[in-house]
Design a protein. Sequence first.
Length: 261
Amino acid sequence: MLKARVIPTLLWKQYGLVKGVGFDSWRRVGPVLPAVKVYNQREVDELILVDIVAHDSGDDPDFESIAEFGQDCFVPLTVGGGVTRIEHVQRMLRSGADKVAVNTVAYDRPEFVTEIARRHGAQCVVASIDVRGSHRDGWQCHSHAGKVPTGRDVRAWVRELEDRGAGEILITSIDRDGTMTGYDLPLIEAVVKEVKIPVIASGGAGNYRHMVEAVVQAGASAVAAASIFHFTEQTPAEAKAALAQAGVPVRSSFVLEAAAC
């Protein structure tokens, strides 16, 4: 069994970090760089940084800021938002990103996923998918930061993305986002059953039990979260200790020792 990862998500809007509910009602939670520096010290496995408005402007990603963040990030960094050309991917990697998340562009040009994988390896491509719906009614993928329904069923879409070369799936429930009521476990399980690549669960984490459920019950390889770390006293290190106590292998020997005490 792969070691489960705990991954804070940083949602970046113009000059700082934001967090909302259901991809709406955004509130500022502070600047990006201090958050990156803090997470360096907090037993995180990776960081995900997403520019949530880059797709609206049509401008190139803010490579200068990405380079500034990347210089001070000492864990693997996934960056997304506004990626539409292979040159964007190359510049992001040179700026300090280890992986690149693609979302909106893939619906119009799914071959772009294949191009990234061929040039830089599948491990570089994180296919980010934002979903609305339920187990009863089905789950539909949405683009443009959750604003535009694509008509694509999530099960078929994750299979296509894997076939095209994606190395990981980041699956986010828009309905659960920011609610802290728990991940959409049926959604995660459905995605996990469709692909062989790792699946990162996102949207809804409010406590450590939710993270354990996403891994143990739904089969996620990693758990991504934002509100739980921004708005509560809960920490990534304690999250990993909770996973370890539940019998889930994690990446830190320090956490394993702490969980055994």
